[in-house]
Design a protein around this ligand. Structure first.
Ligand code: F6R
Length: 353
């Protein structure tokens, strides 16, 4: 079933353009749900893990495109935060499996006061039966424990939902080009393989134990997700941080033994994140940047760069810039002789609270 790939994870990473393309066909269904919603004045996303990171992107999208105040709550924390929900609140649950106990429990609570929408990959799962509205993501079955193509399909559904809520035809057009950007960068997967060999060890050739991932705005959840993938698959401590928050504490940790991955697409945040990059460089950190192929400033100031088509601007970057970070975790795991499909202590579906 691995169809010639060594592991499901790398197979599923390579299926991501298809996962996005197939989920884009849900547009009419998503529009129907939007037409049916009653007087929404607030949105609240609830999810765990990778699905939580997709939700964080959703907050930025809905607030900027549709002007709807949006919160994001971890499913396991939801019950401590329900007092202000009402029938004008739409609570959106994001789950690949549709069976995560924390998320289902929160769904039952939200159903008592609010309108509920599940964004789910597994058809017929508990969430599809319990949420008032359902958007089915079209990633197909995901076997690897680490969520990859389901994450991109969740993001795709969220982008369509936010673009339709905000009547933003331009963004809907841009989304159609995302599969080709993903396939284009996957052709350079071997570049990430080489980068993984370099970043797996420090200057003395010893295994690296810590990584930072930084980004700003739409790139902040990408940094969080890059760090989570690294933790899960390689057991390396990966810390995702908002680029601007580094100076409020963790900058004290940065030295030449900690690589910093900077997620830096072109866009209005560029200058500010560049100055965060310079901050970590001046403390000796080795900097791996993910950025546009025509970004001379970034290329000259980083130790290594993985380049992306410059047409990918910061709003659609989460759908594209995460892919090299998934590949980085995968290839570091391979360097360390770990099985990326079966990380220790983790299950594909977490059915206990
Ligand atoms: C990360 C991962 C987990 C899940 C989380 C939620 O790669 O797989 O963090 O994202 O357990 O699972 P779902 O989306 O099935 O509710």
């Amino acid at each position: 079933e691995k169809e010639g790939y060594d592991y499901f994870m790398i197979k599923e990473i390579n299926e991501q353009a298809t996962a996005v393309r197939n989920t884009l066909t849900e547009r009419n269904n998503i529009q129907k749900i939007i037409d049916d919603l009653e007087d929404i004045n607030r949105i609240c996303f609830v999810a765990c893990g990778t699905s939580y990171h997709a939700s964080l992107t959703g907050k930025y999208l809905l607030e900027s495109l549709a002007g709807i105040p949006t919160d994001v709550i971890l499913a396991s924390e939801f019950k401590y935060s329900t007092n202000t929900l009402n029938e004008h609140t739409l609570v959106i649950f994001i789950s690949q499996s549709g069976e995560t106990a924390d998320t289902l429990k929160a769904l039952d609570v939200a159903n008592e006061s609010s309108q509920t929408l599940g964004i789910v990959n597994v058809a017929g799962s508990s969430m599809t039966r319990r949420a008032k509205y359902v958007i089915q993501t079209q990633a197909g079955p995901e076997i690897g424990v680490a969520a990859t193509k389901t994450y991109l399909s969740q993001l795709t559904a969220i982008y369509i939902f936010a673009a339709l809520m905000g009547k933003n035809e331009e963004l809907l057009e841009k989304l159609n080009k995302v599969p080709s950007y993903i396939d284009e960068l996957l052709k350079d997967a071997d570049v990430v393989k080489e980068i993984a060999k370099i970043y797996n060890v420090n200057r003395d050739g010893e295994n690296v134990n810590d990584f930072f991932f930084i980004g700003r705005g739409y790139s902040y959840p990408v940094a969080l997700e890059g760090a989570l993938k690294l933790k899960e698959i390689t057991y390396i401590h990966g810390e995702g941080y908002a680029a601007g928050e580094l100076k409020h504490g963790p900058l004290a940790l940065i030295d030449e033994d900690i690589p910093v991955v900077v997620v830096l697409p072109p866009g209005e945040n560029h200058r500010k994140t560049m100055s965060n990059l310079e901050e970590v460089k001046s403390r000796g950190a080795k900097v791996l940047a993910i950025g546009a192929s025509n970004d001379k400033d970034l290329i000259s100031k980083s130790d290594d760069v993985f380049i992306i088509n410059p047409e990918v601007d910061d709003i659609i970057a989460p759908l594209v810039y995460i892919v090299p970070l998934q590949l980085l975790s995968y290839y570091v795991a391979i360097e360390r002789d770990l099985n990326p499909d079966q990380p220790k202590n983790l299950a594909k579906c977490v059915t206990v609270e």
